[in-house]
Design a protein around this ligand. Structure first.
Ligand SMILES: Nc1ncnc2c1ncn2[C@@H]1O[C@H](COP(=O)(O)OP(=O)(O)OP(=O)(O)O)[C@@H](O)[C@H]1O
Ligand SMILES: [Mg+2]
Length: 452
């Protein structure tokens, strides 16, 4: 890839573009992808996906913290296809539009010297800045390029200045064929995504695609970390982490050097010190105290709806919170197309429950009782039992058999929304959960509502 001069660390924006010194300082380390770490595995399928994607206008990588967005882009930058890639690691300070555009211009000039010079002059001139006026000369310069440039904006979720967001949208609306944009962020960038999607001009790479495959997990754990784990243990860790790259890497770090790593696989959890440190610093610390408290209190639930969370957390507006958490990719996963039911990523839920016990000791049983009451009221018998029996693990699954379920239904506890009640629901083998559209009463997972 082509980048602006590596030295010195700080450049005046015009130095970066080969002109006279101006006022805007460009930090050249922001114009490079992070260095490749030993232990990093190359993900060929995703690199191929990116290669294909950059032939269109826009590629977005949108996934929560630690799903491997930056690592993938960094590896792509090392490929021949990325010889004309311009990199910018966005940070909070880039909410200053002058600073942001100065860095963008420097990144582009690093690949194609001279491009954006007129825009930079306007940017560094005294007086009010007109975004359209600044971008027009850049767009005109780009149109004349013989070969396209790919501009990568990593950590774009850190941009929140509405004027700047609008300005980037303007650029996207007027992208010449010679500039492709790759935007990596924890949440969907505020860009005209539906239109670009519909026109086939956009490629989306999300947590689903970034999830480590079994083979990739095996390569990371057994080749890079040399853990010598059997396939079943790899699969177990894969399930625990749900393919979350940082989680797998941290699992590898945790197990490395232990005398019998396989024995420790089942104990690996969200409160593992390294995972907890990561999630606290990358996710929890960035949330407001109210949202953090909401998440800790609702972490006792296997599945969450707005109404259930209102009842359990003792607040209003839970649906909005859930919807916002999912939209901003805070380890909240939607379970149905109508976005009524959600769950937390397993490791994250474990960490939250751990934090709940630490910060509000003794509260969990009350939260489970509230959940149980809600389920009784709303007819999801299995979950009512699971939540009620929290803390009474000795009367586990085996003791609540089909007959017991029937008895509960006979006592009026088992009415469900789907019209199937009592013995009929029990006969159905407890496979469906009435409150999850198209899913049904899930007795099996209901037991884990009280899992700790
Ligand atoms: N290809 C890979 N090989 C090995 N480990 C990886 C790979 N990709 C990601 N990881 C592990 O996951 C961690 C997080 O990856 P990365 O920084 O790329 O995530 P991200 O999605 O960019 O996160 P953020 O939203 O915080 O920027 C890495 O530090 C590394 O431990
Ligand atoms: Mg990143």
């Amino acid at each position: 890839m082509g980048v602006a001069n590596a030295e010195p660390q700080f450049l005046r924006a015009r130095d970066a573009l080969g002109g006279v010194p101006g006022d805007v300082v460009v930090l050249s380390s922001k114009l490079h992808p992070p260095a490749r770490r030993p232990g990093s595995i190359v993900r060929q399928d995703l690199l191929a996906r990116l290669n294909e994607g950059v032939s269109g206008k826009l590629v977005i990588l949108a996934a929560p913290a630690g799903w491997g967005k930056t690592s993938l882009l960094r590896d792509w930058c090392a490929t021949d296809e990325a010889s004309r890639a311009a990199w910018l690691s966005v940070d909070q300070d880039d909410n200053d539009p002058v600073r942001f555009w100065a860095h963008v211009l420097a990144a582009i000039a690093g690949v194609s010297p001279g491009i954006g010079e007129a825009s930079l002059q306007l940017l560094t001139a005294p007086g009010a800045k007109d975004a359209e006026g600044i971008l027009t000369p850049l767009i005109n310069d780009l149109v004349d390029l013989a070969a396209p440039i790919t501009l990568i904006l990593d950590d774009y979720h850190l941009i929140s200045n509405p004027n700047l967001l609008e300005c980037v949208e303007y650029l996207v609306e007027h992208l010449p064929p010679t500039l492709r944009l790759v935007v990596s962020a924890r949440s969907d960038p505020l860009l005209p995504l539906p239109r670009l999607r519909a026109s086939g001009d956009m490629t989306e790479i999300r947590a689903e695609e970034l999830r480590f495959t079994d083979d990739e997990a095996a390569e990371l754990l057994n080749i890079k970390f040399d853990l010598g784990l059997a396939q079943e243990h790899i699969k177990a860790l894969q399930r625990r982490t749900e393919g979350w790259a940082a989680g797998l890497y941290l699992a590898g770090l945790s197990l490395r050097g232990r005398p019998n790593p396989a024995r420790l696989v089942s104990a690996f959890a969200g409160n593992d010190r390294q995972v907890a440190d990561y999630l606290v610093s990358e996710v929890l610390d960035a949330l407001t105290a109210d949202v953090r408290s909401f998440m800790m209190r609702t972490s006792v639930l296997d599945r969450m709806s707005g109404s259930l969370c209102d009842a359990v957390a003792g607040c209003g507006g839970s649906w909005r919170i859930l919807e916002g958490l999912e939209r901003t990719n805070q380890f909240v996963i939607s379970l149905d197309a109508s976005r009524q039911w959600y769950r937390y990523h397993q490791l994250f839920a474990e960490l939250l429950r751990h934090e709940l016990d630490r910060t509000e000791p003794g509260l969990a049983p009350l939260l489970h009782r509230r959940a149980s009451a809600w389920h009784r009221e709303h007819g999801s018998i299995g979950e009512a039992i699971g939540a009620r029996d929290f803390g009474r693990r000795s009367c586990g699954r085996k003791r609540i058999d089909r007959r017991a379920l029937e008895r509960l239904h006979e006592r009026g506890l088992g009415r469900n929304r789907g019209g199937m009640a009592g013995p009929a629901a029990a006969r159905d083998g407890g496979r469906r959960c009435p409150n999850v559209p198209g899913n049904g009463l899930d007795i099996t997972s209901s037991w884990s509502a009280g899992r700790r």
